[in-house]
Each structure stands twice: as structure tokens, then as C-alpha cells.
Design a protein around this ligand. Structure first.
Ligand SMILES: [Zn+2]
Length: 125
């Protein structure tokens, strides 16, 4: 078994959404503070003992989530057709973050999106 380091960072944003074709009250516009938890793994630390700089990682995630902050998610391009559910957000953010990490010595393990303390949806491949 090889030795791995695992890093986890969490960012958040606030936005509104509604669920199309949903029979319950979530069909109405309402808001959440969305928490995005990103988990990475890697083996090799740089000369300062860092796998990937936390501030760099947080900046990268902030750039991806910033366009959605204080917006109606249903009007944003990735969710104009697909419902902005926690599951679909997790998948979208996973793919966007993976693209930005392509030149880094880390593997994106999982992106978890929470719309409340009691619920979370994770996406991984
Ligand atoms: Zn909701």
C-alpha cells in the first residue's frame, strides 16, 4: 500500500434555486448556503512539505463558485435544463475543479455539496 496524503477544503456560497417537476415545496424558489467540500489525494510533498497550497486550492474553488453567488441557479448555464440539485452541483463542480487541477500532482477524490447541515451529496469517479 502506498502512502498518501489527503487534503480537504470547504468553501461556500449563497444562492437561490427551485426544482423543476418536483412535487413538494422545493418547486418554489428558496435559498441555501451551499457548502462545497473538496477532497484531494497525493503522494509527493514539495520542498516546503506541502502537497498543494491550501490558499491556492481555495482560490481555485472560489473562482469556480463565484459566478453562482447570490444568483438564481436555475438561470445559470449549467442548470438551465438540469435541475440545480445538490447531486448536479457536485457533479458540475467536480468536473470544473478537475480541469483546474490537471497540471497539479494531486488526484481529485470527491466533491460533496451540502444545502443544509443534515444533507449532502457527493460525486466521484
Ligand atoms: Zn433547495
Amino acid at each position: 500500500m502506498s502512502i498518501l496524503f489527503e487534503l480537504k477544503v470547504t468553501e461556500h456560497f449563497d444562492s437561490a434555486h427551485y426544482l423543476r417537476e418536483y412535487p413538494g415545496k422545493c418547486k418554489n424558489v428558496h435559498g441555501h448556503t451551499w457548502y462545497i467540500e473538496v477532497v484531494l489525494q497525493g503522494e509527493n510533498l514539495d520542498s516546503t512539505g506541502i502537497l498543494i497550497d491550501f490558499s491556492e486550492l481555495k482560490g481555485l474553488i472560489k473562482n469556480i463558485i463565484e459566478p453562482f453567488d447570490h444568483q438564481l441557479l436555475n438561470e445559470q448555464v449549467p442548470f438551465e435544463v438540469d435541475n440545480p440539485t445538490s447531486e448536479n452541483l457536485a457533479r458540475y463542480f467536480y468536473h470544473e475543479i478537475k480541469k483546474k487541477l490537471s497540471d497539479k500532482p494531486v488526484k481529485l477524490v470527491r466533491v460533496t455539496v451540502s444545502e443544509s447541515r443534515a444533507t449532502a451529496a457527493a460525486y466521484f469517479e
